[in-house]
Design a binder for this molecule. Structure first.
Ligand code: C2E
Ligand code: MG
Ligand code: MG
Ligand code: MG
Length: 283
């Protein structure tokens, strides 16, 4: 890589891939420790009716407060947890915490919770969800589990059976990041989803890109014909709300409607007292 006619004894430090791997291993060790110390937590982002701003519920978003890195993003540590075999204990910890939080909210709002695709290969999932619901006292109808399309790619039959079991318990199911994966329309129709969430990427592109607007319109139309309500993610501007309402989408989530907040701020948001403070935060 340094050019022809050069000779240098190899040392591991020369390979940037090794450095990266070492970084990942360090992060994995730290994640294990964070999990053992109950340091992982959830922040909650409001999901609202677009017309009135009325609060429908909150999505729990995993947060890892790291000693030197601030909050490590779930897009970074969830894949590490998956690869390290930590996703199951991590999810149980977070789900229990989120359900306990939601059971104490002053209003019966819905709790949305993200599941890793790997959970659909874990046959024990429905029983574990049932156990957490029982333990925390959250009624099943107030829990909405979010799955991405990727989750549906593997063994569809096992996944389907598990989703049906969760549905039978009264838990709601959302198809997350719709439009970014590969799920066919047949799967969408066959699987027992209650809600479709339009990926933030399309929503954010809407204001400047007619193609993105067409895709969002098509997804909303699809939801209408399948009888599934649609939640738009990543709403950052008033213009997005205008487009979405004109296209027939009633529900949304995004920085304009509220950033993810720590558990302690949810009750205040619900009581409407912190509405103005929330706007200041977002600005
Ligand atoms: P997601 O489920 O699609 O969650 C929405 C993501 O969009 C969140 O990122 C949220 O903070 C971000 N977001 C919300 N509104 C806006 C906006 O207006 N603008 C922009 N730019 N971003 C917005 P976050 O918290 O970083 O989470 C990223 C992804 O990590 C989530 O995407 C979800 O797939 C995954 N994730 C988060 N928590 C968990 C968890 O507990 N378990 C699992 N398995 N995955 C999780
Ligand atoms: Mg989600
Ligand atoms: Mg999403
Ligand atoms: Mg996403």
């Amino acid at each position: 890589a340094e050019g022809r006619g050069r000779f240098r004894r190899f040392t591991p430090e020369m390979d940037p891939r090794l450095g990266k791997r070492r970084g990942a291993m360090r992060l994995e060790a730290e994640l294990r420790e964070a999990l053992a110390q109950d340091a992982l937590t959830c922040h909650y982002q409001p999901i609202r009716l677009l017309a009135s701003g009325g609060l429908l519920g909150f999505e729990a978003l995993a947060r890892w407060p790291h000693a030197t890195r601030g909050f490590v993003s779930p897009t970074e540590f969830i894949p590490i947890a998956e690869a390290a075999g930590l996703i199951v204990p991590l999810t149980h910890h977070l789900l229990r915490m989120a359900c306990r939080d939601a059971a104490a909210w002053p209003q019966p709002a819905t709790l949305s919770f993200n599941l890793s695709p790997l959970h659909l290969t874990e046959s024990d999932l429905p029983r574990q969800v049932a156990q957490v619901l029982e333990e925390t006292g959250l009624p099943p109808g107030r829990l909405q589990l979010e799955l991405t399309e990727g989750a549906l790619l593997g063994d569809l039959r096992q996944g389907h059976a598990m989703l049906s079991e969760l549905k039978a318990m009264g838990v709601r199911l959302a198809l997350d990041d719709f439009g970014t994966g590969h799920s066919g329309l047949r799967e969408l129709q066959a699987l027992p989803f209650d809600v479709i969430k339009v990926d933030a990427g399309f929503v954010r592109a809407m204001a400047s890109d007619a193609g993105a607007r067409k895709i969002v319109a098509a997804i909303i139309g699809l939801g209408e014909s399948l009888g599934l309500p649609v939640v738009a993610e990543g709403i950052e501007e008033e213009l997005d709300v205008e487009f979405l309402t004109r296209l027939g989408c009633d529900m949304g989530q995004g920085w304009l409607l509220g950033r993810p907040v720590p558990a302690g701020q949810v009750a205040a948001l619900m009581q409407g007292a912190a509405r103005a403070a929330g706007r200041l935060d977002a600005a």
